[in-house]
Design a protein around this ligand. Structure first.
Ligand code: GAL
Length: 681
């Protein structure tokens, strides 16, 4: 069994950079960590040159020595492959290993993640250093697991090098076989884009108005994802040849243009995430709009991570101010926020939390990205808070392995996520609804899961959700339509928003009556549709006497067969046209809502469908507090997180055990500013 995520306890770690500090500090640092309850360090992700200082010359002493110290003091280690930062000797000799911008200008040495996944020489040299690391270090008893690279697809998630063009052609040849098939899939008859030779095809390049063929861009995004996954898999396959039994392989982050689900399935034991909620307080990003969720928004990212690995780790958890010398000026987390953000991660399913970083770096771009300690390493408020977190975790071991509870799911799939990136019509409805559904759920304390319709998804696995929203499934496939039908037939409630089912898998529009493959399930026909005109004023929907405000778009609906019209638009030229159709289908119901969701309408749906605020009989909290429940084997653990700088009062309607103090609790409880409470129910 793995030393982390073993379902037995919650563990703390930190990120350490032996190459940034004199060796004379190592032992003292590791002992101080252990004293603060930190049991694991992650090392080496940017330290290629320490092992291969010049091409083909390998020297292992540096990390041998560090691992000796770790073993001497009893520190566990997550070791990384160092491929996020190729050495200067490599990029100088093999510039083809570099990534480029869309105009082909190479990203040069001096930052990080400047390589591309498809350069044959980089594939060879990164595989070799991975093998050397694994071959030499994996046997060390202190090593408990491996991180691949660092934050795959962070910084840039687009690749425009010559190697990428060459690999893109191969990807397309494998996918389409013939140019005729590719021309058909990409609709190249439009604007005379027909290809007559594979050599004519490139990764996207600068075009007039930046409007490269959308079907090509969709395939290009799939290609980037496939390239990144193959890169991860190559490393994982090598490492697994050398790991000791129980040692895990993971990577950190959750970045764009990457199918994180497939990557995890192919190459990892579980995913780790890097959680930096203090981004919300960066001076140029801060929003004081009423209702903005600020740091609480990171729960949305954590919901994404949970969709990949229900129990996960945080490889980098915010512990100090953000800051590069070039961007991201942010305040130091206030007293209590480090604990709040740690508990936010744990509430969503993290059984391992590792702080970024132990000491604040004295050199380089990240001199302001503060860790637990400042430059001097002197005792400070943040390390005292880490010690307090550790104390709290001692009483929370039972939480380990428990899974976040949710009765509501938001369906997603990568085809639509990526289509919404490149298609502004899709993007406008999708970003509005995604934000609204999440915010409405958060503010009403209605837990939700994101549920990806991956290739291996079965209708059976959807049955645990009372309600599923699939806000704007613009691209629809037969396979997905079938799963949705099976879910509804067996008793589920499905809510579909506007603009669904009008594209096929290539991103081309279908010629069927809309909503295409979803017409039968939803009992809906859409003879006409429009963006809500900028001068339309307030467009409302009357849903059996409840008023909703339509957002962004209006599909004008007609019920078909036994389906019922339950809502109509009340404004503009389509006043009286259908806005909401409900279709009883098998044991369940499918709703087609003709607009995008805003916070209010999302709330009305949650309420009318009977899934709003499922914990209201257990606990009442003000809007500043998030509630989460993790459960396992009949045991349930309630988390209450106060994101406000003012204290909050909550009311526990049931008696439970406060896991921080092991005392019984019930009735009115006071949470301090940024205070948290974990109760075994
Ligand atoms: C993460 C990255 C770390 C460090 C941190 C602060 O994205 O993995 O290496 O750069 O951000 O910028």
């Amino acid at each position: 069994m793995s030393a982390l995520l073993d379902g037995k306890r919650l563990v703390l770690g930190t990120c350490y950079y032996p190459e940034h500090w004199p060796e004379s500090l190592w032992k003292e640092d590791l002992e101080r960590m252990l004293g603060a309850g930190i049991e694991v360090v992650r090392i080496a992700e940017f330290a290629w040159s320490k092992v291969e200082p010049t091409e083909g010359n390998f020297t292992y002493e540096f990390f041998d020595h560090f691992l000796d110290v770790a073993e001497e003091v009893g520190m566990k280690v997550i070791f990384c492959t160092p491929t996020a930062t190729p050495p200067a000797w490599l990029t100088e000799k093999y510039p083809e290993a570099l990534n480029a911008n869309i105009d082909g200008v190479l990203f040069r040495h001096g930052a990080r993640r400047h390589y591309n996944y498809n350069s044959p020489v980089y594939q060879k040299l990164s595989a070799r250093i991975t093998e050397k690391f694994a071959e030499h270090y994996a046997k060390r008893p202190c090593i408990i697991g491996w991180q691949l690279d660092n934050e795959i697809n962070c910084e840039v998630s687009e690749f425009y090098s010559e190697s990428d063009t060459a690999a893109f052609r191969v990807f397309l040849q494998e996918k389409y076989g013939t140019l005729d098939a590719l021309n058909e899939a990409w609709g190249t008859a439009f604007w005379n884009q027909t290809y007559t030779d594979w050599q004519e095809i490139h990764v996207p390049r600068t075009t007039i108005s930046n409007s490269t063929n959308p079907h090509e861009v969709l395939d290009y995004t799939r290609f980037i994802s496939a390239s990144a996954r193959r890169f991860a898999k190559a490393q994982s396959d090598i490492i697994r040849r050398y790991t000791k039994p129980g040692d895990f392989v993971t990577t950190n982050g959750l970045f764009g243009n990457l199918d994180n689900h497939k990557m995890t399935e192919e190459s990892l034991d579980f995913l780790m995430y890097d959680s930096y909620p203090n981004f919300a307080y960066c001076l140029d990003k801060y929003s004081d709009k009423p209702g903005d969720l600020k740091d609480r928004k990171w729960s949305r990212n954590l919901t994404e991570v949970r969709s990949v690995s229900p129990i996960f780790g945080i490889m980098e958890q915010q512990s100090g101010a953000n800051g590069w010398n070039t961007r991201m000026e942010a305040p130091t987390p206030r007293p209590g926020q480090l604990t709040l953000w740690t508990m936010q991660s744990i509430a969503h399913g993290a059984d391992y939390v590792s702080y970024f970083r132990w000491r604040t770096c004295t050199m380089g771009t990240e001199i302001y990205w503060h860790g637990i300690l400042d430059y001097s390493g002197r005792e400070n408020r943040r390390i005292r808070e880490v010690r307090e977190v550790h104390k709290k975790l001692q009483g929370m071991a039972e939480v380990a392995g428990a899974v976040y509870e949710a009765e509501v799911g938001i369906l997603k799939d990568y085809d639509n996520v990526w289509d919404a990136q490149l298609d502004v019509w899709h993007q406008r409805v999708d970003s509005t609804s995604q934000k609204a559904l999440f915010n409405a759920a958060q503010k009403t304390n209605t837990p939700i899961d994101f549920v990806y319709l991956t290739e291996d998804r079965t209708a059976e696995s959807l049955k645990k959700y009372k309600v599923l929203f699939y806000p704007h499934a613009t691209i629809m496939t037969e396979a997905r339509a079938l799963i949705l039908k099976e879910y509804v037939v067996s008793g589920g409630t499905l809510v579909i928003g506007c603009r669904s089912g009008y594209k096929d898998i290539t991103g081309k529009c279908v010629m069927n009556h809309l909503p295409g493959l979803l017409a039968e399930l939803t009992g809906t026909d859409i003879p006409e549709y429009s963006f809500i005109a900028p001068d339309a004023g307030r467009v409302t929907v009357d849903w059996d006497g409840t008023e909703l405000e339509a957002s962004v778009f209006a599909d004008l609906l007609e019920p078909v067969g036994d389906a019922k019209l339950c809502g109509t638009y009340t404004a503009d030229y389509y006043a009286g046209s259908g806005a909401l159709v409900c279709n009883a289908y098998g044991e369940g119901k499918a709703y087609y809502y003709g607009s995008a969701f805003n916070e209010e309408s999302a709330k009305v749906f949650l309420e009318k469908l009977g899934v709003l605020a499922p914990y209201k009989d257990i606990v009442e909290v003000p809007e500043s507090c998030e509630i989460a429940v993790r459960s396992k084997e009949g045991q349930r653990f309630l988390f209450v997180l106060n994101y406000d700088k003012n204290p909050a009062e909550i009311m526990l309607h049931t008696e439970g055990v406060n896991l921080y103090t092991q005392e019984k609790v019930s009735g009115v409880q006071k949470l301090e500013a940024y205070g948290t409470l974990v109760v075994k129910l």
